[in-house]
Design a protein around this ligand. Structure first.
Ligand SMILES: Nc1nc2c(ncn2[C@@H]2O[C@H](COP(=O)(O)OP(=O)(O)OP(=O)(O)O)[C@@H](O)[C@H]2O)c(=O)[nH]1
Length: 604
């Protein structure tokens, strides 16, 4: 920039300069006039030449004696002014010099600054240029990359366009194919609908068939139940026949006595009389007459045949009775009379195992009792004799076979289902007593041992449905094992009983369990019963042992007493409920198995 320097010139006049002085004319030399003329006019204290001249004239005129002083004074003043003026000039000069020096310095500085600015500018420009160059290089690089990308994109676009064209072409083809497929689909849908209808029909038919099968199954079970019932009736009928035969026997004995008396009286025709006896003894009635002509009880027969001293009972009695082999026993005291007879229990001849198998050819319920009797050769006698009401006494102290008839036979509502339950366990553990308690709510001490198999039927109410329990009481004695074994096969449930006052009977439980498993595997539920709980004093088997055994073998377990009736109903109801629930589950499963198939077939 430009530097402007202003200089001012001023005069510093001593005080009192304004005092009027009088100069002589000569005094006003050129120097003095110059000096005064240099004085600034605008200064308040300044005075013009005319003023001084006037003052001098005034003084000359009024005070001439002071004129010299005034002139001295003026001279001094003017000399001082002169000095001051010179000094001022010097100072002005010095100032000018200084200003010039400053100006020069400033000029120098300015130039230096300019130079510096210039160099800075150059450096900046240089840097800027470098930066610009780097930036431009970078940008060029980027540009290159972008160009490459663009190139790639272009190629890609071209490819995509190609694909697009191909797809477009394909689309047309697919469209045509789609139309064809739609048509096929419609056809298939119609076919599917038709098939679904057919399938639904088939399913309905299947369901109705299943229901029919179920009904048939139930009917079959009921038939079995009815057959069982009829067997019981038949048994009762046979017992009646037995009564009748006994009566006939008595009658014949009377006849015989009469004959003897006649023989004694007449003592003639002895041979004829003997022939007549032989003829009677060949009849069935004769089979029941011992050497003394007295009707033998079955208990006595058992005792003789098997050597059972304690007790005996009727097994599946009333079926083929065979005469004991000659020489097998002691001849009776009555010499000529037939020897006592034994009952042979044979599974083949017994209809009951067949009943369990469902293999009986002719339902026994349909067989008239007379026919049965005729098979045994007593029909004629039954027809002749009026029905007798005499009840024979069994060794167990009750009518033979009656024990198998339960009160529930005349149950008001027919049972919904039937379960066959087989009772096993060592002899004398109390199976028969237990069943008697359960069916008749009675206990008879000193029960005779079961021979072969006996059975009872009882209908119980389980969760609002009538369940008929066919309870098969097997003989615990070793010799009947093979018979018992056969009854497991068709059993729905098994009850293994031990006597908690007899350690040995508990030890045998495992053997019974393996027999059951051997026959039916583990498909049937097993109830383990520890009987004679009332006889706590003689307990030999701790409850824990029974529980543990049941737990190990997955059995239902109860301790009970046929004597007191404790847990008899509860345990059997538990088993019955278990069987019912098991059957319900199987039925449900069967239904459920049918349903998904239905769904699948609908969708497929
Ligand atoms: N104290 C007591 N004695 C019982 C009980 N149950 C049965 N008895 C007696 O035990 C003995 C045998 O009873 P049964 O019912 O004949 O035994 P079982 O198991 O049927 O015997 P087998 O027919 O030989 O297999 C009889 O003398 C009964 O009086 C009971 O709960 N308590």
């Amino acid at each position: 920039g430009d530097i402007n320097i202003q200089t001012t010139a001023g005069n510093n006049l001593p005080q009192g300069w304004e005092v009027t002085t009088h100069f002589s004319v000569g005094f006003f030399s050129a120097g003095c006039r110059d000096l005064i003329s240099t004085l600034p006019h605008e200064h308040p204290f300044s005075c013009s030449e005319s003023d001084v001249k006037q003052l001098w004239l005034q003084l000359k005129k009024d005070e001439p004696h002071l004129l010299s002083n005034f002139e001295d004074f003026l001279t001094r003043i003017f000399s001082q002014l002169q000095e001051a003026h010179e000094e001022k000039n010097e100072l002005e000069y010095a100032l000018k010099r200084k200003i010039a020096a400053y100006d020069e310095e400033i000029q120098h500085l300015y130039e230096e600054m300019e130079q510096q600015i210039k160099s800075e500018k150059e450096q900046f420009l240089l840097k800027d240029t470098e930066r610009f160059q780097a930036r431009s290089q970078e940008l060029e690089q980027k540009l290159l990359c972008k160009e490459q990308e663009l190139e790639q994109l272009t190629q890609k676009q071209k490819r995509l366009e190609g694909q697009c064209t191909a797809l477009h072409h394909d689309k047309h083809e697919t469209k045509a194919e789609n139309t064809k497929l739609k048509l096929t689909n419609q056809e298939l849908a119609r076919e599917l609908e038709r098939t679904s209808w057919e399938l639904q029909d088939a399913q309905q038919q299947l369901e109705s068939l299943q229901q029919e099968a179920c009904k048939l199954h139930q009917e079959k079970e009921m038939e079995v139940y009815r057959v069982t019932e009829s067997l019981q009736r038949e048994k009762a009928g046979l017992l009646k026949q037995l009564d009748f035969l006994r009566e006939r026997n008595k009658h014949l004995r009377d006849e015989r006595d009469i004959c003897f008396q006649k023989n004694k009286a007449a003592k003639v025709n002895t041979a004829a009389s003997r022939a007549s006896w032989k003829k009677r003894s060949g009849s069935v009635i004769g089979k029941y007459v011992d050497g003394r002509g007295i009707l033998r009880s079955q208990s006595e027969e058992e005792e003789e045949v098997f050597g059972i001293p304690r007790r005996s009972s009727l097994g599946l009695s009333g079926y083929p009775l065979t005469e004991e082999e000659p020489g097998a026993g002691e001849p009776g005291p009555g010499g000529p009379y037939p020897r006592p007879l034994r009952r042979i229990i044979s599974i083949e001849e017994d209809p009951l195992p067949q009943l369990l198998d469902g293999g009986f050819e002719q339902p026994l319920s349909e067989c008239p009792e007379e026919e049965e009797v005729s098979d045994q050769g007593v029909q004629g006698q039954i027809q002749e004799a009026p029905p007798l009401k005499l009840t024979p006494t069994s060794p167990r102290g009750q009518p033979v076979g009656k024990e198998a008839l339960c009160k529930e036979e005349s149950s008001p509502s027919a049972p919904d289902r039937l379960f066959k339950i087989v009772f096993v366990g060592n002899s004398a553990v109390g199976k028969t007593s237990f069943l008697r308690r359960f069916c008749e709510d009675r206990f008879s001490p000193g029960m005779a041992a079961t021979v072969g198999i006996d059975y009872r039927v009882k209908t119980v109410n389980v969760d609002d449905s009538q369940v008929a329990l066919q309870l098969w009481d097997t003989a615990g004695q070793e010799r009947y094992r093979c018979i018992t074994q056969q009854f497991f096969r068709k059993a729905d449930g098994v009850i293994v009983m031990y006597d908690l006052t007899d350690k040995q009977s508990f030890l045998s439980v495992r053997r019974w369990l393996s027999s059951v498993e051997e026959a039916v595997g583990d498909r049937v539920p097993v109830l383990l019963l520890g009987n004679k709980l009332d006889n706590e004093k003689e307990r030999e088997v701790p409850r824990g042992l029974g529980e543990q055994l049941a737990k190990d073998n997955n059995l239902i377990f109860y301790e009970c007493s046929a004597y007191s009736g404790h847990n008899t109903k509860e345990s059997l109801l538990h088993l019955a409920r278990f069987l019912k629930e098991q059957e319900d589950t199987v039925r449900e499963d069967t239904i459920q198995v049918g349903h998904p198939a239905k769904k699948k077939s609908c969708c497929g």
